[in-house]
Design a protein around this ligand. Structure first.
Ligand code: XMP
Length: 517
């Protein structure tokens, strides 16, 4: 029986390179499924996954230094095709009996690569091409059984192979855009060397995930905190499809949500998806605890603690629960792998359910662990989630509380919700709305004088925060056309009681942050 395409897996061992996500992206672009795994995975764990190929990533480590990250030595003898990239190639050289020249200098930049053998890895790429180098050490003497298949002017073994054992190494980075034909090199490895069929699609991922979830959960029960954000929504929809009513979801309305948000989430998930969804109206609990609190970190802490309390109480109503489903994504996993030097991933620290009490023993179910954000959106669409959810902007767990500077009160929440609604309504009309990372209002407890219908006013200020970003690590204030800013400002001042001034935040991150608290 032929293997299903979704079962063709490439294992990427993570040695901490900043480009690891790009390796995964290049593999997926060739329609081959891949997973990032800790560098010290054992040979038997690897064999259990039955990968068609292994990629050893680059990394900042040096074999010259103590504490260099080393894989298990037997992974080189599993008979599985392997591609070592940069540090990965040096590992291959080192473990297979070659000699590594250690260098304290780091060479990086564009190089011309001359192809000496175009049978497989460099098939169809001509005699020379531009590549991006970034390395200190290099393979000075290739191991027995290997041959150099490409060189640069300064590096005689810029690529090597052991054709019989299907072990390949490249000293440069094929995964980054500065190696313009890198995608073809990766594809040659995947298709020509590993024999992948390149037929992986999101619908095959769904079939594969459903099967995996059912197998893992067995007859057990799963609980999930649904926030209405993309990650938790897609997680809930996927797990629901796999095990139906044995998934119980908890939606906590902490009173810090945007206008209409709670109703929308309930409508979509309870009515449309028939999710086993518990709605908890906990506004009073949260607002009572927040009364009089102005310090941002204190606010966050209170909200986090209260959330866990409410969630735990509600989750207990489902009876014996075995798993907690979380929307952890690939970048979260990579971050924690890199930080911890490759040991298993932990829950994202800012996740609301990150600090569950110890008497709740859940196993984690993280069906999105191997996906990137844009892939999660595609998955959400395939699962039938509406665009309102799938293309939703990020929204912080502590909600509007971190967008009201100073004390959170019902009146301030009302004002902010009304202002925020107008920002959203007008921004949705902007033709470049899809390029915006986040667009929202912030309430400043600063009152200033204004004049409205011949009367003096003394009201709050709303700041508009509209940013572009790729990953929220850095962000730029968006250069929104004046007429849109004007319309937003006019509408807020005219329609929202309690505001007489609107300002535009023109700070980038860093040194500012996206949220004001
Ligand atoms: P900052 O304000 O740090 O935000 O530039 C970066 C991104 O993270 C979101 N954010 C949060 N998300 N819980 C979350 O789930 C939080 O406590 C939290 N704080 C900030 C923020 O909206 C932005 O996209």
């Amino acid at each position: 029986m032929s293997k299903k395409p979704s079962q063709e897996l490439i294992a990427i061992l993570d040695f901490g390179s900043q480009y690891n996500q790009l390796i995964a992206r290049r593999v997926r672009e060739s329609q081959v499924y891949c997973r990032l795994l800790p560098f010290d995975i054992t040979p038997s764990e690897l064999l259990n996954l039955n990968p068609k190929g292994i990629i050893l990533s680059g990394g900042p480590a040096s074999l010259a230094k103590e504490g260099a990250l080393l894989p298990h030595r037997d992974i080189f003898n599993l008979g599985i095709p392997m591609l070592g990239i940069c540090y990965g190639m040096q590992l291959l050289g080192h473990f297979m009996g070659g000699r590594i020249a250690l260098s304290s200098e780091r060479k990086y930049g564009k190089s011309r690569l001359f192809v000496d053998n175009d049978e497989d890895l460099f098939y169809g790429l001509g005699s020379s091409l531009d590549v991006w180098m970034s390395h200190g050490d290099e393979v000075a003497k290739i191991p027995p059984g290997f041959e150099a298949i490409a060189h640069t002017r300064s590096c005689p073994a810029a690529s090597m192979r052991n054709k019989k054992q299907k072990l390949y190494g490249v000293q440069f980075h094929p995964e980054i855009a500065h190696t313009p034909r890198g995608k073809e090199i990766m594809r040659n490895f995947l298709v020509r060397i590993c024999g992948c069929s390149g037929q992986w699609t999101m619908s095959s991922f769904i079939d594969y995930s459903l099967e995996k979830i059912r197998k893992k959960v067995g007859k057990g029960k799963v609980v999930c905190a649904l926030s209405g954000g993309v990650d938790s929504s897609v997680t809930a929809a996927l797990v629901n499809k796999a095990i139906g009513q044995r998934l119980g979801c908890v939606f906590v309305n902490h009173g810090l949500l945007r206008e209409g948000e709670a109703d929308e989430v309930m409508r979509i998930f309870a009515e449309h998806f028939h999710l086993n969804l518990h709605y908890v109206q906990a506004e009073d609990r949260f607002l009572n605890r927040l009364a009089g609190v102005t310090d941002p970190e204190k606010k966050r802490k209170i909200i986090g603690e209260e959330f866990i309390r409410v969630f735990t109480e509600e989750a207990k109503k489902f009876g014996q629960v075995d798993f907690l489903a979380q929307g952890t994504l690939c970048p979260d996993v990579i971050e924690s792998l890199s930080v911890k030097g490759g040991s298993s991933a932990t829950i994202k620290s800012h996740h609301n359910v990150g600090g569950l009490p110890e008497d709740m023993h859940f196993n984690l179910l993280e069906p999105l662990r191997d996906l990137f954000k844009d892939e999660v959106r595609i998955l959400g669409r395939e699962l039938g989630l509406p665009e309102a959810i799938v293309s939703r902007q990020p929204f912080p767990g502590p909600g509007l509380a971190v967008r009201i500077i100073g004390e959170v009160t019902r009146e301030r929440l009302r004002i902010l919700r009304q202002a925020d609604l107008r920002v959203m309504e007008e921004m949705r009309k902007y033709e470049k709305f899809s390029e915006i990372w986040q667009s929202f209002a912030v309430l400043l407890p600063v009152k200033s004088v204004g004049v409205m219908r011949d009367e003096r006013t003394y009201e709050y200020t709303i700041a508009l925060r509209i940013v572009t970003s790729v990953d929220a690590m850095t962000a730029d204030w968006a250069k929104i056309p004046y007429h849109i800013l004007e319309k937003i400002s006019n509408r807020i001042i005219n329609e929202v009681k309690g505001v007489n001034r609107v300002v535009y935040d023109i700070s980038s991150k860093p040194p500012s942050t996206i949220e004001w608290e």
